[in-house]
Design a protein around this ligand. Structure first.
Ligand SMILES: NC(=O)C1=CN([C@@H]2O[C@H](COP(=O)(O)OP(=O)(O)OC[C@H]3O[C@@H](n4cnc5c(N)ncnc54)[C@H](O)[C@@H]3O)[C@@H](O)[C@H]2O)C=CC1
Ligand SMILES: O=C([O-])CC(=O)C(=O)O
Length: 276
C-alpha cells in the first residue's frame, strides 16, 4: 500500500441509522470539533418527508436498508432501535461495511446475532459493539481472557427515565421516596424487557461472561439526577468495581450523554494516527 493510499484511510464516510437523541448529538459534537474528515453521507429515517433542519449538509435521507447499496461508505452506525438492527446490519455487513450497534438489546436473540455474525464472516466486515453508556468495558473484556467468576451490573436511573417502560408495572414510579430495585435477573432478561434502558447490560455481558451468567439489577432512584451504572466483577485477574454517573441526553432522558461521546471516540479513532 502506498503512503497516499494509507493517508486516504484517514477519511471516513458514515451512514447513520436513526436521527434521534444519540445520532443528533454525535453529529453535532463532531461538527463542533471540526472533524470534517468524518462525513455523514446518509441518514436513515422512517419518514423521509418530515423536515429536519439539523441534518448535516453532506447527508442524504434514506429509508430502506437496500438504499445502502451503491453508497460510497466505510461504515454504518445504528442509533435507532432494536428492530432496526437486523435489517440494517444485514444490509451493511453483506455489502462488506462494518456495522456499529447501539441497540445491543437485539443481541438477546441468539439466532439474530448468529445470522449477523455469519454475514460478517462471509464478507470480512465487522460488527462493532461500542462501550455505549458504560466505562471500563476494555478492562472487563481483558479480564475475561482468564476465568471470570461473577459479573454484576446495576443500572440506577431517575424515575423519569423508567417512564413508558415495563418498570411502570413493577414499581410506583411517582410515589417513590427512596431508591427501589424493581428488577433482578440475567442480562438477557433485563435487556429483553427493557430495550430502551438496558442495552448496556448486553455490552457488559458480551465483554464478560455472557447474557445468562451476568446478573443485572435495575433501580429507580428519586434522588438520582444522572444515569448510573455499577459493575462489580471478580475472577482470576483480580477484582474490578466500576461506577459511572452519566448526564442524560437533553432530548432523551433514558439515554446517556456517554453513549454519544463513546461513538464520537470510536469514529475519531478511525481517522486518528494515534488510536486512544
Ligand atoms: N448502547 C448503549 O449504551 C445505549 C443504547 N441506547 C439505544 O440506542 C438507540 C437510540 O437511542 P436514542 O437516540 O436515545 O433514541 P431516540 O428515540 O431519541 O432516537 C431513535 C430514533 O430512531 C428512529 N428509528 C427507529 N427505528 C428506525 C428505523 N428502523 N429506521 C430509521 N429510524 C428509526 C426513531 O424514530 C427515533 O427518531 C435506542 O435503541 C436506545 O435504546 C441508548 C442508550 C445507551
Ligand atoms: O444510557 C444509558 O445509561 C443506558 C441505556 O439507556 C441503555 O443501556 O439502554
Amino acid at each position: 500500500m502506498s503512503v497516499s493510499e494509507r493517508t486516504s484511510r484517514r477519511h471516513l464516510r458514515v451512514a447513520i441509522v436513526g436521527w434521534g437523541a444519540i445520532a443528533r448529538r454525535v453529529v453535532a459534537l463532531l461538527a463542533e470539533r471540526g472533524r470534517g474528515e468524518i462525513a455523514f453521507v446518509a441518514v436513515a429515517v422512517r419518514d423521509t418527508a418530515a423536515s429536519r433542519p439539523d441534518l448535516p449538509a453532506s447527508a442524504r435521507l434514506i429509508a430502506e436498508p437496500g438504499d445502502l447499496t451503491g453508497l460510497d461508505i466505510d461504515l454504518v452506525v445504528e442509533a435507532a432501535g432494536r428492530a432496526s438492527v437486523e435489517p440494517w446490519g444485514q444490509a451493511a455487513l453483506s455489502a462488506g461495511r462494518d456495522f456499529v450497534v447501539s441497540s445491543t438489546s437485539a443481541f438477546c436473540d441468539d439466532a439474530l446475532m448468529a445470522r449477523l455474525v455469519a454475514s460478517a464472516d462471509h464478507t470480512g466486515a465487522q460488527i462493532v459493539v461500542p462501550p455505549g453508556a458504560m466505562g471500563g468495558i476494555d478492562a472487563l473484556a481483558a479480564a475475561a481472557t482468564l476465568c471470570l467468576d461473577t459479573v454484576e451490573h446495576t443500572i440506577v436511573k431517575p424515575p423519569a427515565a423508567w417512564r413508558g417502560t415495563a418498570a411502570e408495572t413493577l414499581v410506583d414510579l411517582d410515589g417513590l421516596n427512596r431508591a427501589a430495585i424493581f428488577f433482578s435477573g440475567t442480562a438477557r432478561q433485563a435487556a429483553d424487557r427493557f430495550p430502551q434502558n438496558a442495552n448496556v447490560a448486553v455490552i457488559s455481558a458480551l465483554a464478560g461472561i455472557g447474557l445468562d451468567r451476568t446478573r443485572v439489577s435495575l433501580c429507580a432512584d428519586p434522588a438520582a439526577s444522572r444515569n448510573g451504572h455499577r459493575i462489580a466483577a471478580g475472577g482470576a485477574f483480580g477484582r474490578l468495581d466500576i461506577s459511572i454517573d452519566n448526564e442524560p441526553l437533553a432530548t432523551n432522558p433514558k439515554s446517556s450523554e456517554m453513549t454519544a461521546l463513546s461513538l464520537v471516540r470510536l469514529l475519531e479513532n478511525r481517522v486518528r494516527a494515534l488510536v486512544r
